[in-house]
Design a protein around this ligand. Structure first.
Ligand code: URA
Length: 190
């Protein structure tokens, strides 16, 4: 199984009700050998129209944050917890997450990144198996699977409240330090 085959499988998926309302399956984008991976919540309107994650306003902010730590979008791999847009951008439902999480698990296994940054509550709670909210989880590096996980606010939450920008920048800087070898798994304090 490679990412291309997994994409084909996802594009034919009918495992949950979102298959009935989506325009496109939004599988993921970026380098298949990326050292850093971003996991958001679910596609929005623009992503559903284009079939590409994080292309709307939140996506532009994500691209900016990446560039601030010296990365281009293509250096990273970008995906979401849900591959299909929930109608009217409502929250993902438990059964939708359960139906979809195998795709994300396989994407992470195939890309095998050193750092995963979870954007917002849904990705953080799923990947760290926690009920604790993002405000309390962020600001730290967690040793996770083969690498490290850094939770931060969702860029859409930063757009709603720009005061969160400073904290998000601090979290992205943790990723930068991991990537240059300044922070190691042993020092991760999750
Ligand atoms: N918000 C997300 O969580 N993912 C996207 O792809 C776009 C907006």
């Amino acid at each position: 199984m490679d990412l291309a085959a997994l994409r084909v499988e996802a594009e034919g998926c009918t495992s949950c009700r979102l298959a009935e309302t989506r325009t496109h399956v939004v599988f993921g984008t970026g380098s298949p050998t990326a050292r850093v991976m971003f996991v958001g919540e679910a596609p929005g309107k623009h992503e559903d129209e284009q079939g590409v994650p994080f292309v709307g306003r939140a996506g532009q902010l994500l691209t900016q944050l990446l560039e601030e730590i010296g990365l281009q979008r293509d250096d990273a791999y970008i995906a979401n917890v849900l591959k299909c847009r929930p109608p009217n951008n409502r929250d993902p439902q438990r059964d939708e997450i359960d139906a979809c999480k195998g795709y994300l698990r396989n994407q992470i296994e195939l890309v095998d990144p050193e750092v995963v940054m979870t954007l917002g509550n849904f990705a953080t709670k799923l990947l760290l198996s926690t009920d604790t909210g993002i405000t309390r989880m962020r600001g730290r590096v967690y040793p996770w699977w083969r690498g490290m996980l850094i939770p931060t606010f969702h860029p859409a939450a930063v757009l709603r409240d720009p005061r969160r920008m400073e904290e998000v920048r601090a979290d992205f800087d943790l990723a930068r330090r991991v990537l240059i070898g300044e922070l190691t798994r042993d020092q991760a304090d999750g």
